[in-house]
Design a protein around this ligand. Structure first.
Ligand code: WT7
Length: 652
């Protein structure tokens, strides 16, 4: 089974398969398997020809590109010499296509206030903001940090930067002043755009105060533009530096032409947490990224003109960049945007929104799905979800049992689920079912999209056989790929391009099954080695989650003199007491599901698991806890520090 080559053992089997509903297939963008095979082969065998056509047809060009692709591995240029503008593609091009009066954004604030913006209205607001940025002195190539609540002004600010060629760096509005300052300094930001406050579970969080603290340590920042959102009193404004949005933006002209920008002009930087050390500023550029976001949106979400699409991600994450803003808007979609918490005023807020706005496509994260399961079916049952036709998942592997709940309870067994695998670095979705043609298997992101050539290798770089786990790489460049880590060429090359020569190293493990379906097995760093067997975290976790008492599970390895590593599992439970009996039961359950080899040695009951602010379980911290070590490394992305202290108490 296992050998020294670095292959991962695959231990959990999943036999369920769900073919797409016939109704879906009839009208789908991809409506037959052979169509997919053809397009996939074309993109692989005639890469430049394929992407030339795609780019000409799906982006607006002020000046045509002279060459489709130039470069190799880490250093690439797509659509060389072309001039385009992402804000133009998302706004002006939509109006030209007759969508001027179509809703671009349908927004609801946490307190229940609402706003809608048509594509024409959105363009006007973006133009005003672009004019204001120009007046403030922001020009092409300048970096603008955006630290805002999920109000329409957040995409407006992003698109205004894109319109003039400024590079936005959106910082999720839950980060600390320290994190904002780090990002301002790393990027050399000249301006910060923020708001007076943010609504979260009925409370107002003072964003401006947090930004002020950051600005004390951000010497490159000259100005701060402040949106009045919550209207809270006593917002500190520093004379000469701080400007109110309503004084600066509202009176500007609503027509500001988009600046023709080079295909490779930086569009944005987005910081992601490295597992250790300082966050990395992932750099994406204009044309390739915009094309990738748009086309993957159209393919995977099978977008139709009358869809009401809701991606629940915050614009502070790549999912918000690609699938709230640049993908759907370049495709002329109507996007629902919601500002607040999913459990305010009650645990049914999402389902209330789906019913009220007749959402047809819902794209959310496994961490949210697990929370809904925990909160109870009664919140879902109160609402009519029959408008939904497609569901999506992103951010982590979705445990098969959570997938089944999503399928039955939310999708009414009629909506395909697209489990989309991708990364901040990839710019957009890389592997996913195509909802009209792919028979889905719970827990698998199924197959690569056209233009994506995955390769699963062992430590020597050799491709492993089907049904063996190994390191997931991407063998060929694709338009949406990252172009660098801001200001750190060396880290960029070392992290992604050095270990496996000629290929992009994703940092994930994966396995391809006999049907050519891919199964993500977790991060390379998270593999557990028990007596020479290399186990993936997600398989053991999924076995635990398939027990009715377990809501969430995280497994990690801890040092063990005998076995090399022992398996420690952290679980949150429902409906049962955290006691020795349940511990035994869970161990036996995993043993039955997978085998003795994967039986956890320790089971710890936790009230909550440590997660990043984007909802991913932080196994790295749990490794320290499981080994009785002090938690080391960067904890700045941890959502709630108090979770760590509680973990040591065990008995939840
Ligand atoms: C990492 C990337 C993708 C945008 C949001 C997260 C994990 C993501 C899946 C999935 C299994 C997944 C991977 C990946 N991941 N989607 N469908 N199945 N794992 O972006 O913060 O850059 O994280 O998230 O480990 O490498 P990110």
């Amino acid at each position: 089974m296992s050998d020294a080559s670095g292959q991962i053992d695959h231990v959990l089997t999943e036999d369920r398969s769900f073919p797409p509903p016939a109704e879906f297939t009839e009208r789908a963008v991809f409506s037959s398997q052979s169509q997919y095979e053809e397009v996939y082969a074309r993109a692989r065998d005639d890469r430049d020809g394929f992407w030339a056509e795609e780019a000409k047809q799906h982006l607006h060009w002020f000046e045509p590109f002279t060459k489709v692709f130039d470069g190799q591995t880490s250093k690439v240029r797509w659509f060389v010499d072309g001039k385009t503008n992402a804000s133009y593609n998302c706004l002006d091009a939509q109006i030209d296509a007759g969508r001027g009066d179509k809703n671009a954004i349908v927004w609801e604030g946490e307190p229940g206030d609402t706003r809608t913006l048509t594509y024409r209205e959105l363009r006007s607001e973006v133009c005003k903001c672009a004019a204001a940025l120009t007046e403030i002195g922001i020009t092409a190539g300048d970096v603008v940090s955006i630290y805002m609540p999920m109000t329409p002004e957040l995409p407006i600010a992003m698109l205004a930067c894109a319109r003039i060629g400024a590079i936005h760096s959106v910082v999720f509005a839950g980060f600390s002043s320290e994190s904002i300052a780090d990002r301002n300094n790393d990027a050399g930001a000249k301006l910060v755009i923020t708001a007076d406050g943010l609504y979260r579970r009925g409370k107002v969080l003072p964003l401006k105060e947090t930004v002020d603290e950051a600005l004390e340590k951000s010497p490159t920042v000259k100005n701060c533009l402040v949106l009045r959102r919550t209207g809270n009193d006593n917002v500190p404004m520093t004379e000469g530096r701080d400007l109110w949005w309503h004084d600066t933006v509202d009176h500007q002209s609503d027509d500001f032409p988009a600046v023709p920008l080079d295909s490779e002009a930086p569009l944005f930087i987005l910081y992601t947490s490295g597992s250790t050390g300082k966050p990395k500023g992932i750099l994406h550029t204009t044309a390739g990224y915009n094309l990738w976001a748009k086309r993957t949106f159209q393919w995977v979400f099978d977008h139709r003109e009358d869809d009401v699409y809701w991606c629940t991600a915050d614009c502070g994450w790549i999912t918000g960049h690609s699938y709230v803003v640049y993908g759907p808007m370049a495709a002329g979609a109507t996007c629902l945007m919601y500002e607040g918490a999913p459990n305010h005023p009650a645990e049914d807020r999402f389902w209330d929104l789906v019913e009220k706005y007749k959402v047809t496509i819902l794209y959310t994260a496994p961490t949210a799905v697990r929370a809904f399961i925990k909160w109870g079916d009664e919140h879902v049952d109160k609402h009519d979800l029959s408008s939904l036709r497609l569901l999506g998942s992103v951010g982590e592997g979705i445990n098969p049992e959570a997938w089944m709940w999503y399928h039955k309870k939310i999708g009414g067994e009629r909506c395909p689920i697209v489990d989309t695998w991708w990364q901040t670095e990839t710019g957009g979705i890389m592997m996913s079912p195509l909802p009209g043609i792919t028979a889905t298997k719970p827990g698998s992101c199924t197959r690569p999209l056209p233009g994506v050539i995955p390769s699963i290798v062992d430590e020597t770089g050799k491709d492993v056989d089907p049904n063996h786990g190994g390191m997931l790489c991407i063998a060929e460049p694709w338009p949406g790929m990252l172009r660098g880590i801001w200001g750190d060429e060396q880290r960029f090359v070392e992290q992604y391009w050095s270990m496996i020569p000629g290929k992009y190293l994703t940092g994930d493990n994966a396995r391809m099954d006999s049907d050519g379906y891919y199964w993500i097995m977790g991060r390379i760093d998270d593999v557990i080695n028990v007596s020479g067997h290399r186990l993936s975290t997600i398989e053991v976790e999924s076995a635990l989650v398939s027990h009715e008492a377990v809501c969430e599970a995280a497994v990690v390895g801890r040092e063990d003199a005998l076995k090399g590593q022992a398996i420690a599992a952290f679980v949150t439970i429902r409906g049962r007491e955290p006691n020795e009996e349940l511990r035994k039961e869970l161990k036996m359950h995993v043993r039955k599901q997978i085998g003795a080899l994967a039986q956890p040695d320790d089971i710890r009951f936790a009230a909550t698991l440590p997660k990043t602010r984007s909802g991913k379980i932080m196994r790295r911290l749990l490794r320290d806890v499981a080994s009785g070590r002090e938690v080391a490394g960067d904890t700045s992305t941890l959502e709630d520090l108090s979770v760590l202290a509680k973990l040591n108490d065990d008995e939840a």
